[in-house]
Design a protein around this ligand. Structure first.
Ligand code: CO
Length: 652
């Protein structure tokens, strides 16, 4: 692996710390450098696709904390000028870290809230040790939600400052805080079950001793890894891509391509998590409003962890840092934000067959190896790992790993457990779902592309189906945006094929990639619910839109306290044509979470994702050229002869 430091800036590179500081200072001067100016997000403004020598620009979202006014600013870093300023008076961008701190202080010093805590029988020590979790509120039409910039504070008890607070919710006590005035607008205090008397911590002192029968597992790559990282350009065998961290979307991959016949063939121009929403299915006062848009309301990228070798990642790891704003015009470097490594991935292909001569059985097999590019973001109680995998057979995948601590509520012993499930004495987890929208700006063989929905269906009975056994794969093009909200159907193995019909592969077919869903789920909130309208993208698994650079976030640019109908429904109402066009796919991964006791006190990783497989993109198995592993002795017949009795003919 070669890591060079003096590489020219590529137009798709994220801002360096120096660029970020310079852009912030130019914007600040434009506003007269007020003390109340904060930077919520500062990122490189991506040039339009295909532009030649685009200016290096930064886009930023600023908040004036004295008025709460949001302003979007673009700075041209080549000329040092502000090129665009747009006020967004109705927008509620994610809360600043500053605002979280001030909101918590406002709650703690609020007399109404303190007396409600005392009313629950809590003393001053317990009140001071309590944990306040601040939540975006959604928008149910109240004056607080439509006219103020707010968060809701939910409270939990702790005996020690580092207790797992989620074990002891103070149910039904919620403080609504105005982030501009720094004051509590209202304290909701409804009769509720008492907090559980104890919580479960997950350190060994409290949860029990560590098991002692694990032997050492070392991953050694004595020659180093097989990938190469030059600046943000990552190459691994025939794959290449550009890797960066965006403050809102987190991990972004650009220009994913595969080298074939001496040239890099484009597959996807840009792949990222565009939005997330986690709707909860319980109607009680402390939970009905929980619909976290973890990306648009919080900013996944600014919340990514600094990863630790041996803990988060194992083996020969290359890390990439991320740079985000410190909210006051400076840069905050997230060390080791992105992890890049390769893994053994089991079997790539194998066949064993009998020779017609006396050599007996011969076995051919190849180990699969995969390239992993990943980040982990902590969004309050939950932790999300985002893993892109690339394989030697031309396929790639995304896997989301959800872990961390579930949302909890205090319950009575006789709770009927209809919209929640008991996980510990006096404690339940509410039913909820996680929907993650991945934006895939497709570019199969350079485009233009057409998406086909493919269903496997039996043929009609009749002369063409005399034995009633025939079935076909029916491909239907998605020709305009009004047809674009598609749902999964596992009964027909439904998948979506992204083809370049302008090109032919050597056997006369359109080269394509196929998106195959993993396990997923529909949104359970009714279509009349506000969340189904504010997060309409999550009601269908696949959307296809015509490329438009401003269409980036499928629940709208600012989903906090948003009005219904933003993003995907408004974009697709344009009904643009989609055949042989520059297309963007939006695939929503759904995770269903009926919480179980084993999810407590910290949840084992839950996985979900989707895969992208070549479909006629190559004219044969592209992994034929993968060499046999040094550890493997077969391919030459030896070592297999004595197994000849195990199998006599070739039922595959
Ligand atoms: Co969950």
């Amino acid at each position: 692996m070669v890591t060079e430091t003096s590489i020219e800036v590529h137009p798709l590179d994220p801002l360096s710390a120096d660029e970020l500081i310079r852009a912030s200072s130019i914007a600040s001067e434009h506003f007269g450098s007020p003390d109340s100016l904060r930077f919520l997000m500062v990122a490189a403004l991506e040039p339009p696709k295909g532009s030649v020598n685009p200016p290096r620009s930064a886009e930023m979202v600023c908040i004036d904390t004295s008025s709460g006014l949001t302003t979007e600013v673009v700075v041209d870093l080549d000329t040092g000028r502000v090129t665009s300023v747009a006020e967004r008076p109705d927008a509620q961008p994610p809360a600043l870290f500053d605002e979280y701190d001030r909101a918590e202080a406002a709650i703690r010093s609020d007399e109404g809230w303190r007396s409600a805590m005392v009313g629950r029988g809590l003393n001053e020590v317990q009140i001071d040790l309590s944990f306040i979790h601040l939540w975006p509120t959604g928008n149910f039409g109240s004056e607080w939600e439509t006219k103020h910039r707010i968060l809701k504070g939910i409270v939990y008890l702790r005996d020690q400052p580092d207790d797992n607070a989620y074990g002891r919710p103070v149910e039904g006590l919620i403080a609504i805080v105005d982030l501009v005035d720094n004051r509590v607008l209202e304290v909701v205090d409804e009769p509720s079950p008492p907090p559980p008397t104890s919580s479960l911590r997950f350190d060994h002192d409290h949860s029990g001793p560590a098991r002692d029968d694990l032997k050492q597992l070392d991953i050694v790559q004595s020659e180093g890894p097989s990938f190469n990282l030059q600046g943000h350009l990552l190459t691994w065998q025939k794959w290449q891509m550009r890797v960066s961290l965006h403050p809102r979307e987190g991990l972004v991959l650009h220009q994913i391509g595969y080298e074939d016949g001496g040239q890099v063939r484009p597959i996807c121009y840009r792949a990222s998590l565009a939005e997330m929403v986690v709707p909860y299915g319980d109607a009680s006062v402390g939970h009905y409003f929980k619909n976290a848009f973890d990306s648009g309301e919080c900013g996944i990228g600014r919340l990514v962890n600094s990863l630790e070798l041996g803990c988060d990642c194992l083996g020969e790891i290359a890390y990439m840092d991320g740079v985000v704003t410190d909210e006051r015009g400076g840069a905050r470097t997230i060390k080791n934000a992105i992890c890049i490594h390769e893994e053994d991935a089991g079997l790539l292909w194998k066949h064993t067959y009998r020779h017609s001569d006396d050599r007996g059985m011969q076995s051919w097999s190849r180990r699969s190896r995969r390239l992993v590019v990943s980040t982990i973001a902590t969004v309050d109680n939950y932790d999300y790992g985002f893993y892109w995998y690339f394989y030697q057979d031309g396929s790639w995948e995304h896997e989301v790993k959800a872990t961390g601590i579930i949302q909890t509520m205090a319950i009575e012993d006789d709770d009927p457990q209809i919209t929640r499930h008991r996980i510990a004495p006096q404690l339940a987890g509410m039913h909820h779902q996680h929907f993650l929208s991945f934006r895939l700006d497709m570019d199969v063989d350079g485009g233009p592309n057409t998406v086909y929905e493919v269903d496997t269906i039996p043929l009609p009975l009749g002369p063409k189906n005399p034995f009633y056994n025939t079935f076909t794969a029916q491909a239907t093009p998605i020709t305009e945006e009004s047809q674009s909200g598609r749902v999964v159907d596992s009964t027909s193995a439904r998948h979506w094929r992204i083809a370049n019909d302008d090109r032919n592969n050597p056997i006369g077919e359109s080269p394509a990639y196929v998106l195959t869903p993993g396990a997923t789920v529909s949104m359970m909130a009714d279509e009349k619910s506000l969340i189904a309208q504010r997060a309409a993208f999550a009601r269908k698994q696949l959307w296809v839109t015509a490329y438009e650079p401003s269409e980036r976030y499928p629940a709208g640019d600012y989903p906090a306290q948003s009005e219904p109908g933003q993003g995907m429904p408004s974009w697709t109402s344009a009904n643009r044509p989609l055949r042989q066009a520059d297309l963007v796919l939006w695939y929503t991964v759904g995770m269903n979470h009926i919480v179980r006791p084993e999810d407590w006190p910290v949840m084992p990783v839950q996985r979900a994702g989707f895969s992208m497989k070549p479909w006629g993109f190559f004219d044969r198995n592209p992994g034929l050229d993968v060499p046999q592993s040094d550890h493997c002795e077969h391919d030459h017949g030896h070592g297999s002869r004595n197994h000849a009795h195990q199998s006599s003919n070739g039922h595959a």
